[in-house]
Design a protein around this ligand. Structure first.
Ligand code: T5A
Length: 228
């Protein structure tokens, strides 16, 4: 197999949206597509991506920080992100690999900020600290009715034969998840140059095509590099 090329202008892409909208599925598909083109790329996720950040992930998703409130949870997500950026995201970008991340700072803004009520000043201070200048070049926001998305999550649990146990945020009620959806749309409106909203309520392969179209529209050089 030919060795992947290391383009000089490696890009940082993030996927955002509510629970079960298909982010992880599309992150994997996009990585496979870039790899087929010979573009060096890695995928990662938040919270997580490094051993320290994965430890914080387990702590939060088990609900152990819930009683501390959304401000403390936002701070924990930022601590995980700081390690993730410094240990994984920045070094990969510096060595020319594209990075595709399943959730990033917009999740803190939508979950803990716009929906959880943490004020903008704290959210922005945490972003400055954790991102260390590494803002995504493109953010794909997958949008769909949370009630439909939860049917997918339930179906996945059924297929995996695992009893559906809701984690820290899945267990919030439907109105909370509807407000979360609005939060992501508000983030997209505030950041039109960086964010693209795509309806997730379409078959997996159609959605992958829509995402690819958004990626190549944003980075036309991708096709030139791949075919050079
Ligand atoms: N969080 C995270 C914060 O509160 N603040 C933060 O700062 C950060 C970073 C993370 C939790 O932490 C919160 C948000 C979350 O609550 P998680 O497990 O990573 O937890 O949660 P999700 O990101 O929601 O992960 P999910 O796996 O539940 O959702 P995905 O990745 O959106 O969905 P995916 O791809 O796993 O697909 C779900 C199911 O649908 C099917 C798949 O096969 C799968 O079974 N599917 C489709 N079915 C029909 N049509 C399609 N187009 C489909 N695409 C996928």
């Amino acid at each position: 197999m030919a060795e992947a090329k290391l383009p000089t202008n490696a890009r940082f892409l993030t996927f955002e949206g509510g629970e079960g909208v298909g982010k992880s599925t599309q992150v994997k598909r996009l990585l496979a597509r870039l790899t087929r083109l010979g573009i060096a790329a890695v995928r990662t996720r938040e919270p997580g991506g490094t051993p320290k950040a994965e430890a914080i992930r387990s702590f939060i998703l088990q609900g152990r920080s819930e009683e501390w409130g959304p401000g403390a949870e936002a701070t924990l997500f930022a601590a995980a992100r700081l390690d993730h950026v410094n240990q994984l995201i920045a070094p990969n970008l510096a060595s020319g690999r594209w990075v595709i991340c399943d959730r990033f700072h917009d999740s803190t803004r939508a979950y803990q900020g716009l929906t959880g009520g943490v004020d903008d000043t704290l959210i922005e201070a945490l972003e400055d600290l954790a991102l260390n200048g590494h803002k995504p070049d493109l953010t794909i926001i997958l949008d769909m009715d949370p009630e439909e998305a939860f049917k997918r999550v339930a179906q996945r649990a059924l297929e995996d034969g695992i009893p559906a146990v809701a984690d820290r945020f899945e267990k919030e009620d439907l109105d909370w998840h509807r407000s979360l959806r609005k939060g992501f749309l508000e983030i997209a409106e505030r950041n039109p140059d960086r964010c693209v909203v795509i309806s997730a309520d379409q078959p997996e392969s159609e959605l992958a095509k829509a995402i690819w179209s958004a990626v190549t529209q944003k980075f036309p050089e991708l096709i030139r590099e791949a075919t050079a």
